[in-house]
Ligand binder design. Structure first.
Ligand SMILES: [Zn+2]
Length: 215
């Protein structure tokens, strides 16, 4: 079997496991006409511009923050919240969860929660850095009470510097999708108005990840 097929079969199996595992959120209901835009790795020097663009578009989003960065910018942490966005953890320093033992992993998450000042969504949400998660780290997180947030659509905004590529990467967006973006990138920022216009034209509404999965 060629390598691309093996890779895509692996991804399908992984997604099937995530979809069946309680405490993991990857894709929302396809019946609701809603999608969630998510942004990893902030806060940083472009956060205020991201927040301004989202304000202008009138859409809420979900931000997965690094604990170390959040701890150094409590002003921005407050600002995400004040503007109606969901904030959640993305590890303290972006170290892969799958390389840590239980104690170190939960300590990373707890330090991040402290930097965020807690989350409003009940069970705190966390997205693993690099999407890197093995069965052991997944079980540690879920049994410690975390909701693990993955994604269903990756426009690969980290693999380009072109806004057009990011827009194109979102072309297949459908109801229930959780879309993975990153902070700190001019091209992602530049792509947002077009992406939001396209999804609204398709009859889709942006909500936070928490709201997408709320029943
Ligand atoms: Zn990340």
């Amino acid at each position: 079997m060629n390598k691309a097929v093996v890779t895509s079969v692996r991804a399908l199996m992984k997604n099937a496991v995530y979809d069946a595992f309680p405490g993991v959120r990857r894709r929302g209901p396809a019946t609701s006409r809603r999608v969630a835009l998510t942004f990893d790795d902030g806060p940083d020097h472009l956060t205020e511009r991201y927040l301004t663009v989202l304000d202008e578009l009138g859409v809420p989003a979900t931000f997965f923050l690094l604990g170390a960065r959040a701890a150094s910018r409590p002003d921005l942490v407050r600002e995400y919240r004040r503007r109606g966005h969901q904030i959640a953890g993305h590890g303290f320093d972006h170290k892969r969860f799958s390389t840590m033992g239980r104690r170190e992993l939960l300590e990373q998450c707890a330090r991040t929660e402290a930097a965020l000042g807690g989350q409003l969504s009940g069970r705190p949400w966390v997205r693993p850095p690099h999407g890197s998660l093995d069965a052991t780290s997944l079980i540690h997180l879920v049994t410690a009470g975390y909701t693990v947030a993955m994604w269903s659509l990756d426009p690969r905004d980290y693999g380009t510097t072109s806004a057009a590529d990011v827009v194109q990467g979102c072309a297949g967006m459908t109801a229930g999708d959780v879309v993975l973006f990153h902070e700190g990138q001019d091209w992602t920022l530049e792509a947002l108005p077009r992406i939001v216009a396209d999804l609204q034209a398709a009859g889709l509404e942006c909500v936070t990840m928490h709201d997408l999965f709320a029943t």
